[in-house]
Design a protein. Sequence first.
Length: 314
Amino acid sequence: MSPSEPIHTAAVGGGLIGRSWAILFLAAGHSVAVFDPDPAAERRLHDEIEQAWPVLARLGLATGAGPIEDLAFTGDARAAVDGATFVQESIPERLALKHALYADIEDALLPQAIVSTSASGLTLSRLQEGWRDPGRFVLGHPFNPPHLIPLVEVMGNERTAAGVVDQARSFYESVGKVTIEVRREVPGHVANRLQAALWREAISLVNEGVATVEDVDKAVSAGPGLRWAVMGPTQVFNLGGGEQGLGYYLEHFAESYHGWWDDLGDPRFDRATIDRLVSGVRDVVGDTPYAELTARRDAVLTEVIAVTRARASR
């Protein structure tokens, strides 16, 4: 695979994540075949391309008036992967369903094709059970929406053919993504575990009456969330130590952190907690339509990503 040249890709699954992947691949100049058994998914995809294209152009990730001539839609998974050198699988996270798909498409794939799954809750080893030969099958977990959020977590293991993880990362980076390699299998991979840890304490603070849902969210978005858009937490705390760095910071605050960690909550999604969170979100968003909420999010994300991309290119 030569990521510097236009290639034929497939987005297997035309749901929220699959449509976003298809938009990104089209923006990068690749032809895309999209599979989804729901005929309405094609109309949704065209609508989202129209909405996303100006945003991607603003970020320098798309050129031209539109990519419709490079887009095909089919209800046949085998037809979608025919001739594709990179396949992004994003069907619902049900193991039996994914295994059935893999069995259906395996002998229709090009020998050099890479198949990457967007799975967030299923592990690579369980997914590999659906393949006769999983050598060119990897995990490629994005963050929603994939056409905007740069991160992709890529993982292979001892059953993955040599070089395939590197090839997958190279392809993703050629379409504007930022990749990390997950080196050991754990549920939730890396980024989902990090956000789950933060959300667990956010929920605990709400349950314990420390702050409202609205104020807890503000505490993140107007506080550490802004720093995390620039650098990760360990680098943030390295700066917290001034010119003497992380070692100095830890010498002064280690015991404070030990005390905070010991006091962190461990909530569960019981009925009362669910109702409390849903009510808290409703207090903030009211009856604002989903489309308006996502448009607001994407408008701000576009500005943040544009700034961080410009900084990284210097």
